[in-house]
Design a protein around this ligand. Structure first.
Ligand code: HEM
Length: 258
């Protein structure tokens, strides 16, 4: 079929110029995806600070609340960061919807094509749809919690949420979905835009290596929150404070009472 016939059938033949918008939207989807993937790498390391012990995670949390800069905690600073991430997430999800199969028939067709072609990258594309779909719900719920209750982040508060508030199955599902989705996404970005300009096989190996690394890190992190939450279950709601800070706070309160 000639190019002219295709254009005539789609009703585009008479148009003076072809729209640049699909390309622009594609660039925006890649950009927001890259931002979210890089954010996730940072996020996983910050959250994994619990593996170094409660004081390390406490320090990271307080750092983001501005405690070391202002001498006081401002959890709304965390809400501001969450709001920005949520905005990028929403734009990314909106743009991704353009490419989702819209009907059962379309889904059946793409699955049949993938099965017939046995082309690894096409199969990966379908997996990106499968893992992206649950993230609409899981990441939205997580971001909402972090946005509205940023003061409830910390070694004990997070562990209580994971164990006593029974959110660990939620985090497990989100971890699997986000690591697979992000890994495949970065691999596809590299292929699409040609950076890093390495052979497909090398990029695929790198992708699986990174996915495995972040999955192992994430599972170990989740295990640590579950263990601390389990041990802390009788004191649900109590917040962690390093000894020095606790004494300082008590002394300040005593002085104020005098
Ligand atoms: C600025 C925004 C975000 C903040 C402040 C944040 C904060 C946190 C915190 C403190 C935890 C530890 C558990 C808890 O306290 O409930 C956590 C866990 C987690 N978050 Fe986020 N998060 C953010 C965005 C995201 C996004 C966009 C995703 C992915 C879609 C995500 C995926 C996860 C996963 C998978 C875990 C479990 C990690 C594990 O236990 O190994 N987070 N997050």
């Amino acid at each position: 079929m000639s190019c002219e016939t295709v254009l005539a059938q789609t009703g585009l033949a008479g148009r003076a110029g072809k729209s640049r918008w699909p390309a622009r939207l594609d660039l925006l989807q890649s950009g927001t995806g890259l931002f979210l993937a890089l954010f996730m790498w940072g996020h996983m390391f910050f959250v994994a600070s619990i593996l170094l012990g409660e004081p390390a995670m406490w320090a990271i949390t307080k750092f983001f609340e501005g405690y070391f800069l202002f001498g006081r905690s401002y959890p709304w600073l965390v809400s501001c960061v969450v709001a920005c991430v949520a905005l990028v997430f929403a734009v990314h999800a909106l743009l991704a919807m353009r490419k989702f199969p819209a009907t059962y028939r379309q889904l059946r067709t793409i699955r049949a094509h993938a099965k017939a072609m046995r082309h690894a990258d096409t199969t990966l594309w379908i997996w990106q749809v499968y893992t992206g779909f649950p993230l609409f719900f899981l990441a939205s719920a997580h971001l909402y919690q972090m946005l509205v209750w940023p003061q409830n982040i910390g070694p004990y508060a997070s562990s209580d949420r994971v164990w006593s508030d029974a959110l660990w199955p939620f985090y497990l599902a989100m971890l699997l979905a986000v690591e697979l989705h992000g890994g495949i996404g970065l691999y596809r970005l590299a292929l699409k835009w040609g950076w890093p300009n390495a052979p497909r096989r090398t990029l695929a190996r790198l992708k699986w290596g990174l996915t495995a690394f972040f999955l192992v890190l994430g599972l170990a992190t989740l295990g640590a929150y579950m263990k601390i939450g389990y041990e802390h279950r009788a004191h649900h709601g109590e917040r962690y404070e390093p000894d020095g800070v606790k004494e300082e706070r008590k002394a300040r309160m005593e002085e104020e009472a005098r």
